[in-house]
Design a protein around this ligand. Structure first.
Ligand code: FMN
Length: 195
């Protein structure tokens, strides 16, 4: 059995982009997927070097059919992380759209029963958010934004986390579980070989 990997999708959000990249830097066996907006926002915030420093392979949203999502059907991934997730992507995911790379990843993860962990930007009615060039702005997510996050919380095989500590904990829990499965699979293989 080939060890499975983690897929991490980044959307076009400045909110907690820096922190998401910092967590990505600590992980191994990850493929990164960028929405078209994420590719722009990473440039605007000057975070291209941080993305490259993670050393992970990066997939861009270049095809209408989201070609890379076939990797879910090949069993490549054990988990999908979407962080940070914009109001736009949350709304589409909550209503079942799959018309972009990131919304397709979430849809295909669901259809292949791969667990998803989502950090939605809109966690509260009032937020402080990082804007380009290192300054903070006030953001007031609308009722519809918070409602959509609530809808997503009802999805099967999906954890919607509220902050970076919860994101890190959820990822660590998944990795521990997957590691145990891999170890177990390895034991089965060697026992069979011994017989
Ligand atoms: C500088 C900048 C920062 C942004 N930050 C956020 C954000 O924190 N949260 C959000 O929901 N949208 C944010 N946006 C808007 C999204 O990038 C925009 O809605 C985009 O269409 C999202 O596309 P995606 O969901 O496919 O990534 C930001 C836009 C700009 C220009």
């Amino acid at each position: 059995m080939k060890a499975q990997r983690l897929a991490w999708a980044i959307t076009g959000s400045g909110h907690y982009l820096r922190e998401s990249l910092a967590i990505l830097q600590t992980l191994q066996d990850v493929d990164v997927y960028l929405s078209r907006a994420a590719a722009e926002i990473i440039q605007q915030y000057g975070f291209q070097a941080q993305l490259e420093a993670t050393g992970h392979k990066v997939y861009q949203d270049k095809t209408a059919s989201s070609v890379p999502v076939e990797r879910f059907y090949e069993g490549v991934y054990h988990t999908l992380v979407v962080s940070p997730a914009t109001s736009n992507t949350i709304a589409k995911m909550a209503y079942g759209f799959s018309d972009s790379l990131v919304t397709n990843l979430f849809a295909q993860a669901g259809k292949t029963r791969v667990h998803s962990i989502v950090f939605a930007c809109d966690t509260a009615p009032e937020l402080e958010s990082e804007a380009p060039r290192d300054h903070m702005v006030k953001v007031y997510p609308r009722h519809i934004d918070l409602h959509n996050v609530g809808l997503l919380k009802q999805f099967a095989d999906t954890d919607v986390v509220e902050d970076m500590d919860a994101l890190q904990d959820a990822i660590m829990q998944r990795l521990a579980g997957v590691h145990a499965v891999h170890l177990h699979a390895g034991v089965e293989v060697s026992e069979q070989q011994a017989v």
